[in-house]
Design a protein around this ligand. Structure first.
Ligand SMILES: [Fe+2]
Ligand SMILES: [Fe+2]
Length: 194
């Protein structure tokens, strides 16, 4: 198998796992807060929202649009409808995250009813992301494997290798960094994507 292809797909799948792990854990944390089993740790909750926005949304999805999807459209029309749908989902991300931020802010301000709304919004977002990643891994990637050339995979691998994980901006001793390591370690692979 082409090395670039292996490298690109490993990176894409690892980024999906990271995204799913943070979303899953944020959802679980909110459920615990909602059930009044733990107190809301707002710096941690905001850090997780920041992470979802900064890494998967600002780096991962744009790289799929610019490299993986663009090159696949050049090689075949077979994936056009699927790519169109995945790109609409990428475009919807800022709005979805905006809603999560709004409700998290309202919870912090003790606005009545906001915790229920936040938990509902977070569940819908987790479901939306799960469907998105599943469609990419089970439908889009197999089409890419059949149609892209070795040179395409070189370009895609190069683009994805440029991703800088904003987690590296947090010190090892930082509470978010430690918490994040726990999140990744606790979340079983392959996150029910099979
Ligand atoms: Fe995507
Ligand atoms: Fe993706």
């Amino acid at each position: 198998m082409n090395d670039s292809r292996t490298q690109a797909l490993n990176t894409i799948r690892a980024e999906h796992r990271t995204l799913a792990a943070v979303i899953h854990n944020l959802k679980d944390l909110l459920a615990e807060v909602h059930a009044q089993r733990i107190r809301a740790d707002f710096p941690l909750l905001w850090s997780m929202v920041y992470y979802i926005d900064a890494f998967p949304n600002r780096l991962h999805h744009p790289k799929e649009d610019e490299w993986l999807f663009r090159l696949l459209r050049k090689r075949t029309h077979e994936a056009d409808a699927l790519i169109g749908e995945l790109q609409r989902q990428h475009a919807h991300e800022p709005q979805a995250l905006g809603e999560i931020r709004r409700w998290l802010g309202n919870v912090q301000a003790n606005v009545p009813g906001s915790m229920d709304a936040l938990v509902r919004t977070m569940s819908a977002y987790a479901e939306f992301t799960w469907r998105h990643v599943k469609a990419e891994e089970h439908e889009l990637i197999p089409l890419a494997e059949s149609h892209l050339t070795d040179a395409d995979w070189d370009e895609i691998a190069h683009a994805f290798a440029q991703n800088a994980d904003p987690l590296s901006g947090f010190g090892e001793a930082d509470a978010f960094h430690q918490r994040f390591r726990e999140i990744v370690e606790r979340t079983p692979a392959p996150l029910g994507l099979a």
